[in-house]
Write a protein that binds this ligand. Sequence first.
Ligand SMILES: *Cc1c(COP(=O)(O)O)cnc(C)c1O
Length: 239
Amino acid sequence: MSIAENIARVEEQIAAACHRANRPRESVYLMAVSKTHPSDTILEAYAAGVRLFGENRVQEYEGKRDALLAAGIFVAPSPAIAHCIGPLQSNKATRAAQLFDSVDSVDSLRLAERLNKAAAEAKKRLPIFIEIKLSQEDSKHGLAPDAVELDALLEKLPDLTHLELRGLMTVPPYADDLEQVRPYFRQLRQLRDALAQRHPRLTFDGLSMGMSHDFVVAIEEGATLIRIGTAIFGARPAA
Ligand SMILES: *Cc1c(COP(=O)(O)O)cnc(C)c1O
């Protein structure tokens, strides 16, 4: 299957899930997660209509970016944008704020402060998502839903004027049975609703949740952004 065919099939599934959930198709952004895949592959997805890309590593994205710039895909009227979705060390924050259109993996107040400073220096306003860790797995990142730091970060965000909070992101544990994954998505939605009430100075409604194997359930539970790698680009080489 070509990338274009894969995208068409994912699009069909998105449309069907939106229909079942009584949501307009436009309420869900499709992000193509292009980590480990070369810039040619990204250009193929762009040619097939994808405009939102997710990358996990600052350095890897930096390496591909020249080719993407040269191909003109970041240029108006219908430019591509790229979000950072991987864990970000504070020492990479400056570069990330310069290169990316959004950082979706913010998991500490310290990182937010660094990104704010870097965005100010770059004279831009940087959208962010806060990553939430809903399971105990070591492989997952983010702030726990009951972490004191989460409220401290939300308390501080209105003063970090170069950041713009868009919403929450999570990666639930993998399960073949999607009904076991559903409660995590529901929990993220309920957390967003509770936090939005507790922090009325902020407006954010984004829910970045759902990957290749579970995005249909995520859409049913209110995802506004789904992050699809394997179902578009095929399997990644083993790390
Ligand atoms: C790799 C990755 C994805 C995409 O996963 P697939 O299962 O290949 O769709 C989504 N989100 C994050 C944070 C990732 O690291």
